[in-house]
Write a protein that binds this ligand. Structure first.
Ligand code: ZN
Length: 121
């Protein structure tokens, strides 16, 4: 069984905070779609459900942004503008996380997979 780490995450101003239980995070996803190329965040490959993701604060600080077919709930901090995570209408409460928001993740060591969302979505 692989090791489980408790990662702490937050937006820039600290209004939105969470913790996450995960195997050591060594991989990330970057996507070329029109919103991902603008925010340029390394995202978790996995979606984390309620058994592993806990929002500690910031429910009321989060702003929802939707575009296109509206399938994805893009969530932003209304104060600092940082994008911490998103979920989908098909699986609400299962989040793909902005790994840049979790200090324990070594961004220089991530193996990044580029997903060509601009042409595949
Ligand atoms: Zn914030």
């Amino acid at each position: 069984m692989s090791q489980t780490i408790e990662y702490q995450g937050q937006c820039h101003c600290g209004a939105v905070r969470w913790h996450l239980l995960s195997a050591p995070i060594t991989e990330a996803l970057k996507c070329t779609c029109s919103i991902c190329r603008r925010r340029n965040s390394p995202m978790s490959k996995e979606y984390y459900g309620p058994n592993r993701f806990t929002l500690l604060s910031g429910e009321d600080a989060l702003v929802l942004y939707k575009w296109g077919d509206g399938d994805v709930n893009h969530r932003f901090c209304g104060t600092c503008g940082v994008y911490p995570f998103h979920d989908t209408v098909q699986k609400p409460g299962h989040y793909r996380i902005n790994l840049g928001c979790m200090p324990a993740v070594d961004l220089t060591a991530l193996q990044i997979t580029l997903f060509d969302g601009a042409n595949l979505l």
